[in-house]
Design a protein around this ligand. Structure first.
Ligand SMILES: Nc1ncnc2c1ncn2[C@@H]1O[C@H](COP(=O)(O)OP(=O)(O)OP(=O)(O)O)[C@@H](O)[C@H]1O
Ligand SMILES: [Mg+2]
Length: 208
C-alpha cells in the first residue's frame, strides 16, 4: 500500500482539494483507494457523500476524534490532515514510508507559515530517519503574480521541489461540489488542469 499525507498547518491552502482529487484519480485508474479524513470538519468525507453512483468507489475512513485510522487492503491510502496540525500530530499519523504533499498558496502569510512548517520538519531527527518523500504544490496560482515568483524563489533557496502549480479555477469548486475529480469533468474544460496534474502524477509514480 502506498500512502500519501496532504498536510500544512495553514488553513484553506488546498489540502482537501488535493486529497480528493488524488483519490478520485487513482480510483478512476481501477485502484483500491481509501480516503482518510483526519479533520473533524469532515470535508473529505462530505465530498465522498456527494459522489455520484457509478463513479469508481473510494473507501471512507474517519480518523478524527479518536477514531482509529488503520487502513488495510487498498492500493492507496490518502490522508487529508487538518489545519493547525502540529508536527507531532503528523509524526503520530505517519507510520512507514509515505509521500508528504504540502499545498501552499502564493500569499505572504501562507508562505511564512509554510516556511515555518518546512523548517520544523527539516530540523526534526524523526524526519531525517523516516522515508518520507516531500513535495510542494503551489495552489490557486494566478500566473506570474509577484507572490508566485516569491514562492518559487524561496523554494529554490531551501532546495525544496515545487512539483507543480495548480491554477485557481472554478473546476475545483465544481468537482468538490459534485463528489468527483477534475478528470471526471468535460475534457474540453480541464485541458490546462490535466497538464498541471501531470508532474504530480509522475512524482507519485516513483516510490517514496
Ligand atoms: N485551485 C483551486 N481553485 C479554486 N478554488 C480552490 C482551489 N483549491 C482550493 N480551492 C477552494 O479553496 C477553499 C479551501 O480549499 P480546501 O478546503 O481544499 O483547503 P484545506 O487546506 O483543506 O482547508 P482546511 O485547512 O480548512 O482543511 C475551498 O473552498 C476550495 O474549493
Ligand atoms: Mg481540509
Amino acid at each position: 500500500m502506498k500512502q500519501i499525507f496532504v498536510a500544512n498547518p495553514k488553513g484553506g491552502c488546498g489540502k482537501t482539494t488535493l486529497a480528493t482529487q488524488i483519490a478520485s484519480y487513482y480510483a478512476g485508474q481501477n485502484q483500491q483507494v481509501a480516503l482518510v479524513d483526519h479533520d473533524n470538519q469532515q470535508s473529505s468525507l462530505d465530498w465522498l457523500k456527494c459522489r455520484p453512483q457509478g463513479c469508481a468507489p473510494i473507501d471512507p475512513v474517519k480518523a478524527y476524534n479518536g477514531y482509529n485510522a488503520t487502513v488495510n487492503g487498498v492500493d492507496w491510502s490518502i490522508h487529508d490532515m487538518p489545519a493547525a496540525c502540529s508536527l507531532d500530530d503528523l509524526k503520530d499519523a505517519i507510520v512507514g514510508d509515505a509521500y508528504l504533499l504540502i499545498p501552499i498558496l502564493p500569499s505572504p502569510t501562507d508562505i511564512k507559515a509554510g516556511v515555518r512548517f518546512l523548517m520544523a520538519l527539516n530540523r526534526d531527527p524523526w524526519f531525517a530517519e523516516a522515508n518520507i518523500k516531500v513535495g510542494l504544490v503551489a495552489n490557486r496560482v494566478r500566473s506570474n503574480t509577484n507572490y508566485f515568483k516569491v514562492l518559487v524563489s524561496f523554494l529554490e533557496q531551501v532546495n525544496m521541489p515545487l512539483i507543480t502549480s495548480i491554477r485557481d479555477t472554478q473546476n475545483y469548486i465544481r468537482a468538490m461540489d459534485g463528489g468527483v475529480g477534475i478528470f471526471d469533468l468535460p475534457p474540453s474544460r480541464v485541458v490546462t488542469d490535466k497538464e498541471q496534474w501531470e508532474p504530480l502524477l509522475h512524482w507519485l509514480s516513483a516510490s517514496p
